[in-house]
Design a protein around this ligand. Structure first.
Ligand SMILES: Cc1cc2nc3c(=O)[nH]c(=O)nc-3n(C[C@H](O)[C@H](O)[C@H](O)COP(=O)(O)OP(=O)(O)OC[C@H]3O[C@@H](n4cnc5c(N)ncnc54)[C@H](O)[C@@H]3O)c2cc1C
Length: 392
């Protein structure tokens, strides 16, 4: 895979750009947590993308995809980001739950769950983190006990993004408390509409409740709701995490690169004081440094997608992309805020960009925590990518 399109990739890019040209007017503008009306519009936009063949494009045809190579995903995501349309509403489903179900699910699970996931009729959330186990995910204490033909789930998850909209949850739970911690876990697909599931939104730094606590109080799910076999939970969860950091990371990187273009516009526009930010050598150098690193990020993404095409499995190299994306996204938001100056700090005020950058600076703080903290990712890069000696 090279940074430039070959003939067939160029044809696909033209096709995607033309489709976006015809349909982008249907896309809602989503900033922050969506209102009820925006949820309906976002769902409808996601369905439009699925019907147009632009959701799950790398998935097998029998799973509702187009079996396209991952380089085409990068093309689609960068064209969508360039057009400024929102990502799929069911992002956790399309980028993480779906690929995990394709890798580990049986025919029945794939047939029932994948079509409504692609059309955003059913939204998914990720129930991995707990109050006592975030980085040390394998210490999860939520438990599942087999009772006849049902598993009974009890425990608490936290920081579950989009759980307030979710019909399904990918859940990591302990099924064998006597086994070593990584071996006693199993992976479940939980219907969030069942009795005993309680979702409580948590406001974050921005003031928006993007993530949630989920309480499971003796929730009874069918025995068939497990993905893989009892005790496979850690291996299945690693599949989810690898996709989260690689293909989902590519989606985030594409948005960053499109945003870089918009900040470039901001840099050359006179501010409220009449000064042009790009004339300030410090701001100009900060922009140039982010721009150069973003090109490196794109090439790194292409390299890891190429590996994914060859092996069929995301590699730990996706960790590099997630780490670098989070650092660049934070740096870009801080630069944009400095470029718009004090007026841009007041959310909702009449300042330049109406407080967008102030909100973005706050939201990006979480980038170096979500999907693995930067410290933990550096450990993974050291041990699994560079093969350095283990820290512990
Ligand atoms: C915006 C956002 C969305 C999220 N969405 C979801 C979601 O949908 N589903 C979900 O399950 N989770 C989600 N999370 C949770 C996220 O995955 C965890 O917050 C993250 O894994 C860190 O866990 P923790 O918060 O328990 O921190 P801890 O693990 O307690 O870490 C605290 C500090 O210790 C450091 N640390 C811990 N272990 C090590 C180590 N071995 N070496 C070096 N330093 C270490 C960490 O880097 C961190 O600085 C989300 C988080 C955020 C911020």
């Amino acid at each position: 895979m090279t940074p430039d399109d070959d003939a067939s990739q160029a044809a696909f890019r033209a096709e995607a750009r033309a489709w976006l040209g015809d349909h982008a007017h249907l896309a809602p503008v989503i900033s922050g947590i969506p209102t009820e009306a925006e949820v309906d519009q976002w769902r409808a936009w996601s369905r439009t993308m699925a019907e147009g063949g632009y959701a799950g494009i790398t998935w097998p045809i029998e799973a509702g995809g187009r079996s396209l190579p991952y380089s085409y995903l990068e093309i689609w995501l960068s064209e969508a980001a360039r057009a400024g349309v929102p990502e799929h509403f069911g992002v956790i489903g399309v980028d993480m739950a779906g690929p995990t179900i394709i890798a580990w699910g049986n025919d029945e699970q794939q047939r029932r769950l994948l079509p409504p996931l692609l059309t955003a009729d059913e939204i998914w959330c990720q129930g991995f983190s707990e109050p006592g186990s975030g980085s040390d995910l394998a210490a999860a204490r939520t438990c599942a006990v087999l009772d006849g033909d049902e598993w009974v789930i009890t425990g608490q998850k936290v920081w579950s993004s989009f759980a307030q909209y979710a019909r399904w949850c990918i859940l990591l739970a302990r099924t064998d408390p006597t086994a070593p911690k990584h071996k006693g876990l199993s992976f479940f697909l939980v219907d969030m509409s069942l009795p005993g599931v309680d979702v409580r939104p948590l406001p974050q730094l921005t003031g928006d409740p993007e993530f949630n606590e989920i309480y499971f109080d003796n929730v009874r799910i069918p025995r068939s709701s497990m993905l893989g076999e009892p005790g496979d939970g850690w291996k299945v969860a690693l599949t989810t995490l690898d996709y989260e950091r690689s293909t989902h990371g590519v989606a985030l990187s594409s948005q960053l690169i499109a945003e870089l273009g918009r900040v470039g516009g901001l840099m050359t526009r006179p501010g409220a004081d009449g000064n042009v930010p790009a004339d300030d050598p410090i701001l100009a150098e900060r922009y140039a440094r982010i721009w150069v690193r973003a090109q490196g990020l794109r090439v790194t993404n292409l390299r890891s997608l190429s590996e994914l095409d060859q092996t069929g499995k995301p590699s730990s190299a996706g960790t590099i992309s997630k780490l670098e994306w989070s650092l660049l996204n934070q740096a870009l938001a801080a630069l944009a805020q400095d470029a718009v100056g004090l007026d841009g700090l007041v959310p909702g005020a009449d300042g330049l960009d109406g407080g967008h950058w102030a909100y973005t600076v706050l939201r990006t703080r979480g980038n170096s925590i979500e999907a693995g903290t930067s410290e933990v990712l550096r450990n993974i890069i050291a041990e699994r990518v560079l093969r350095l000696p283990r820290a512990r």
